[in-house]
Design a binder for this molecule. Sequence first.
Ligand code: SF4
Length: 307
Amino acid sequence: MVKNMSALKGIFYKAGVRAGRYGLPVVEGLGVFRFPRVVRVESTDICNASCTTCTREMMTRAEGVMDMGLYKKIVDECGLHKLKAIHLHNFGEPLMDKFLFERIKYAGEKGIATKLFSNFSLLDEDKAKKLVASGLGMIKVSIDGNSKETFETIRRGIKFDRVVRNIETLIDVRRKSASKTPRIGLVFVETEKNRFEREAFVKRWKGRVDSIHISSYHNWGGSLDSSRAMETRGLPCLRIWRTFTVLWNGDAALCCMDYDGKVILGNVKKDTISAIFNGEKLRKIREYHLRGEFNRIPICLRCEARR
Ligand code: SF4
């Protein structure tokens, strides 16, 4: 009976999502999607690791760090639209950015919370204190293993012991500062190489951090191999109605899966986020999604992160 109930709930949930997505044009007409819910700012695309689950080695665009003038322009516009949070990561390691603490503080002054993902290999006690003092809302640490051997096979170029020590340092510094932030989350991307360590990983960290998330591996818009069979047709991807991704040079990329900036919607140095988000290029792409014509946008066609 319980099993049947949960199956029934699943059917209603899926039907609700389906109806909601087909209702997108109606909701859009009401002006709900005039500004993104999530703005992701790539402070830098430079990284010190070379993970097997990442497309870094295939990236052809230039490496750099976003200048503070452009960053402030983005944050100011987000502030005007009363955006709740900015994500300070995309395709690089945020702790490689020397302006990181200044950026977090500036967003906070505009009433915007910040969140970032990090491989956490570059932290030390001083940086931990600065992170706590900066007002960062949430840090998510990518740690795909529970042993040196497994972790270092996947997260090439960084040391397991150091990442573990750094998480413990931040927990300790935050406790001593009697601060509730940043909230600390761990993310474990499950693959066949680390699946056997999943339970031990959860056991090690449960109760010590604020959240543990086991996520699935995806193929970066079809760029990496995957055994998962993808629908070539299907429901539109909500990311293009909800999120906005700015690369370090101001280019607005289709979404966070577009690691090489193949589908550029505009540039935030020249235009506003609002103009690009409501512009012709994205409107056309949304139309293709609503019609299920994913073949018109190659990175969406085989994307496993469609949602
Ligand atoms: S389908 Fe994939 S590549 Fe296309 S917008 Fe959605 S997440 Fe991005």
